[in-house]
Write a protein that binds this ligand. Structure first.
Ligand code: ZN
Length: 235
C-alpha cells in the first residue's frame, strides 16, 4: 500500500510539472506584452486619425473658400467683358473688385498650402501607426496560435497523467489518501517519498538513524512521516 503512494507521487509530480509548465509558457507572456503594445498603438492611431481629419477639414474649408472667391471673380470678369457695362468708371470699379477677390483668394491658397503640409505629416504618421498596428496584430495572431497549440499538447499530457493517477488513487485507502494529500499541501507537493538509508528522498535531508531503523522495523503498512518535510516515508 505504501509503495502505491510512491506511484501516486510520481504521477502527481508529473501533473504538477505540466501545470507549472503550462502556467509559465513564455508564449503567454509574449502574447500579453504584444497585446499591451497593440492597445497603445491602437489608441495612438485613433488619436492621430482624428487630428488628421481635423486638419483635412480645415484644408477643405480653405479650398472651398478659395474656389468660391475665384467663381465670384470670374463672374465679375464675365460682366466686364459682356458688353453690358460700358462706363469706364464702372469698369474700373469692377476690375478693382476682381483684383481684390483674387488677392483674397491667393491669401487663402497660401494658408491652404500650410495646412496641407501639416495634413501630409499627419498622413505619414497615420500610415506608420497603421502598419505598426497591422504588424502587432499578425504577431498577436501568430503567438495566440502557437500558445493554443502548446497548451493543447500539455492538456493532452495532463489528461493522460490524471487518468493514470486516478486509477492508482482508487486503490489507496481513503484515510491514507487524505494523509498523503495533507502532506502534499504542506511539503510543496511531496506527499510520500522513499526512505533511502537515513535520507528522505522527498527533501533529501537525513533523519536520525535510530528513527530510520524504527521505521524499517515497524509492521508493514505503518505510516511514519519525515521530521523535516513531513511527507510519508516509505521504507
Ligand atoms: Zn523529508
Amino acid at each position: 500500500m505504501l509503495d502505491t503512494l510512491l506511484e501516486l507521487q510520481t504521477r502527481d509530480t508529473a501533473i504538477d510539472r505540466l501545470r507549472h509548465r503550462r502556467d509559465a509558457l513564455p508564449e503567454r507572456a509574449a502574447l500579453e506584452s504584444v497585446r499591451t503594445e497593440l492597445s497603445t498603438a491602437g489608441t495612438q492611431l485613433a488619436e492621430m486619425t482624428t487630428r488628421r481629419e481635423e486638419v483635412a477639414r480645415e484644408e477643405q474649408r480653405f479650398d472651398d473658400e478659395a474656389r468660391s472667391l475665384e467663381d465670384k471673380a470670374a463672374e465679375v470678369e464675365r460682366r466686364m467683358y459682356s458688353g453690358e457695362v460700358t462706363s469706364p468708371r464702372e469698369l474700373q470699379a469692377l476690375q478693382a473688385d476682381v483684383d481684390q477677390l483674387r488677392r483674397h483668394r491667393r491669401g487663402l491658397e497660401d494658408r491652404e498650402l500650410e495646412v496641407m503640409e501639416r495634413r501630409e505629416s499627419f498622413d505619414a504618421a497615420v500610415d506608420e501607426l497603421r502598419s505598426r498596428v497591422n504588424e502587432l496584430e499578425s504577431e498577436a495572431e501568430r503567438l495566440g496560435a502557437a500558445l493554443a497549440e502548446i497548451e493543447g499538447e500539455i492538456d493532452q499530457e495532463l489528461a493522460g497523467e490524471r487518468a493514470a493517477r486516478d486509477e492508482i488513487a482508487v486503490t489507496v485507502d481513503d484515510g491514507l489518501l487524505d494523509d498523503y494529500e495533507r502532506c502534499r499541501t504542506r511539503a510543496r507537493g511531496m506527499g510520500a517519498a522513499r526512505l533511502n538509508g537515513n535520507t528522505c528522498q522527498g527533501c533529501h535531508l537525513s533523519i536520525p538513524s535510530v528513527e530510520a531503523e524504527r521505521i524499517r522495523k515497524s509492521p508493514a503498512g505503518t505510516v511514519a512521516h519525515c521530521d523535516n518535510c513531513g511527507c510519508i516515508l516509505v521504507p
